[in-house]
Structure formats: C-alpha cells, structure tokens
Design a protein around this ligand. Structure first.
Ligand code: ZN
Length: 108
C-alpha cells in the first residue's frame, strides 16, 4: 500500500499511518498450523494458556519500519473490535468460521 502511494508521488516522510480499530492480540487466536506464517515477525506472536495469539499491529509496524517509517508516523487506535460491541466482529459473531479481512482509507 505504501509503495503504491510513493509510486503515485507521495513522499514517505510526509505520510502518516493510522492503524484503525481491529481485532487485537487479546482475541486474535490462531491455530498451530498457521503459526509459521507469523514467526517471521519478532513481536507478533504470544503464547497464552497453550494457545497462540497474533498482534496485527506489531506486524504492520514492523513492516512499516522496514520500509523506513519512523515510530512517530504511526498511530494505532486502541479499540479491539472483538472486545468492543460498537464494532462489527466477524470472529465474535462466528467464532467457528475463521476468516481474514482488510480495509483501508486513503485521505489525499
Ligand atoms: Zn479483544
């Protein structure tokens, strides 16, 4: 996404990233068979009570830092969409049907 903005003429140092409300590490449990996907990220995985949980925020931040972003260019909303009933959460509504989604907003 960031590369696409830069290709369109954006200057990296002028970009700000807001990581919006999303399922957080408190509820983003993964199964053992997908753990290897997340092991490449240094802070993405935590083990709790024999289960594995993923921090999407940690993954996004790590990828942005690898692209040369600085910490102060990245903000994260504190809400977990699973914990907070004001948000839709597919996982909360359908705990037996794992699915992945992504959404973004561009403000030019
Ligand atoms: Zn939560």
């Amino acid at each position: 996404m960031v590369r696409a903005f830069i290709e369109q003429g954006s200057q990296k140092e002028n970009l700000k990233v807001l990581i919006g409300p999303h399922i957080k590490q408190c509820h983003f449990e993964i199964q053992e068979d997908t753990r290897n996907i997340f092991e490449q990220y240094s802070n993405a995985l935590i083990s709790r009570n024999g289960k594995w949980f993923v921090s999407l925020e940690a993954i996004i931040k790590e990828e942005l830092m690898q692209e040369g972003f600085k910490e102060d260019q990245i903000q994260t909303d504190r809400d977990c969409t699973y914990c907070n009933d004001n948000y839709f959460s597919y996982r909360r509504e359908h705990p037996d049907k794992p699915i992945s989604q992504i959404a973004y907003v561009y403000q030019g």
